[in-house]
Design a protein. Structure first.
Length: 155
């Protein structure tokens, strides 16, 4: 009787091993190729080790923050210029609206022409400012790349 439990355990273990073998045998095994660098140093390596200097990264990031600050300052100045232009135009329009019914036909036509010219000047100035901002951004990023030897590329 003592031997019966031992024999059943051995048979169960063998049966589990056979079932595991049959299960694994039918599955395709993923192939992994690993190329190691030769110990003698005579060949080339299939992998590269990358590293970076944290001090360099911090200084370059500081350059980027300073450039973004300069860009923001110039953008704010251009935006305030555009806003003041818009306010002066709004003031002129408000004057025309107050005169409204008391204006003659020729005054109304002159006001309409001036209004269209104001819209064109505003649109042209806005376009010019957008182009100026793009040029400023491009120049600042070029300065950063020049100082850092190409860092940061993705900006």
């Amino acid at each position: 009787m003592k031997q019966l439990s031992l024999i059943l355990s051995i048979i169960a273990t063998c049966l589990a091993g056979v079932l595991l073998y049959l299960y694994i045998k039918d599955r395709p095994v993923p192939v992994r190729t690993v190329t190691a660098a030769p110990a003698s140093g005579g060949g080339t390596s299939s992998f590269a080790i990358a590293y970076f200097d944290v001090d360099s990264l911090e200084s370059n990031f500081q350059l980027y923050k300073e450039a973004m600050s300069r860009i923001k300052t110039k953008e704010d100045a251009l935006t305030s210029d555009l806003t003041s232009m818009e306010k002066s135009y709004q003031k002129k329009i408000a004057e025309w609206q107050q005169k409204g019914n008391t204006m003659s036909q020729t005054e109304t036509e002159a006001a309409n022409r001036e209004y269209q010219e104001m819209q064109q000047r505003f649109a042209a100035r806005k376009q010019e400012m957008e182009q100026t901002m793009e040029n400023i951004k491009r120049d600042e990023m070029a300065k950063i790349r020049k100082k850092t030897g190409g860092f940061p590329e993705g900006l």
